[in-house]
Design a protein around this ligand. Structure first.
Ligand code: SF4
Length: 286
């Protein structure tokens, strides 16, 4: 993948695309841009206080294998990995304890969080013991999001669930689980990377997402890392700066797939024209 695009040109293009929408919601200094109100997890995330929530990886075992995945997710579980992850969870629990006064919500991620229900139970128990009234949300690829697994999440007090439909290339069975989730959770969202290769598949299920009555569709700008760079095609661009990096001084650089955020605004326009009821949120990791 080449990183020849200039960040300034990409940003100009996005600004032009944004200007064709009359009522976009901007959220202070946070890069999120939405067509309407955001679900509580996002509301907490965009607050200027960056410690308002904690993103808590339960472990990196996953039953999907996404070309765009930017974490070291693995398919085959081993006792060694489980042990290592136990340490990671402990360190996140102590980070939570350290910042708990400011924290308003906890986002459970993975890997695939539904493969970690006993661990999730322990973590939520510890967190609730330390502080009550928090907002909890979970990300899932939806592959095993049946009544049994969703029921456990609900009983644990999860209020918000986000399905990554892109992980299964917008599989119809997962859409059925999403529909069940709508009956069980107060807030239901679909959160996918804006991956131009899957654009038609996403468009193909938007009508159904509207019928189901999801609250929000979040489209993430596709982050390129060492892990996924060899799976992605076309061009990328670099965001941020590097200064004195040889001396370990300053590095704030991220890499993104060019065309990802452009796709976000094309999907947004499609949804707005169709007058779908859910909010569309442009989310970028910059
Ligand atoms: S579902 Fe998530 S964690 Fe699993 S492979 Fe896909 S992007 Fe990675």
């Amino acid at each position: 993948m080449d990183f020849t695009r200039k960040e300034s040109e990409v940003l100009e293009e996005i600004k032009r695309l944004q200007s064709s929408f009359p009522n976009l919601h901007f959220h202070g200094s946070h890069p999120a841009v939405s067509t309407g109100p955001l679900i509580p997890g996002c509301e907490i995330c965009i607050r200027s206080n960056h410690r308002a929530y904690i993103s808590f990886p339960l472990g990196y075992h996953c039953n999907a294998k996404c070309p765009f995945c930017f974490v070291y997710a693995y398919k085959t579980d081993t006792p060694d990995k489980r042990k290592e992850e136990e340490h990671i969870r402990k360190s996140f629990l102590s980070e939570f304890q350290h910042h708990k006064d400011k924290i308003e919500g906890v986002a459970f991620t993975g890997g695939e969080p539904l493969l970690y229900l006993p661990e999730l139970k322990v973590c939520i128990f510890e967190i609730k013991k330390a502080k009550s009234g928090l907002h909890f949300w979970v990300y899932t690829n939806g592959i095993i999001a049946d009544d049994e697994h969703l029921g456990v999440l609900k009983d644990l007090g999860i209020q918000e669930i986000r399905f990554n439909l892109a992980a299964t290339d917008y599989n119809k069975e997962v859409l059925k689980y999403l529909k069940r989730a709508r009956d069980m959770f107060k807030w239901v969202a679909v959160e996918v990377p804006s991956y131009p290769k899957q654009k038609d598949k996403l468009i193909g299920c938007l009508e159904e997402l509207n019928r189901i009555g999801i609250d929000q569709l979040t489209l993430q700008e596709l982050l390129v890392t060492d892990i996924n760079v060899h799976n992605l095609e076309k061009e990328g661009f670099r965001e941020g700066y590097q200064s004195g990096i040889q001396l370990g001084l300053i590095s704030s650089t991220k890499f993104f797939l060019y065309g990802s955020r452009k796709m976000t605004y094309e999907i947004m326009k499609y949804c707005v024209d169709k007058k779908y009821s859910f909010t569309i949120n442009d989310c970028s990791a910059r």
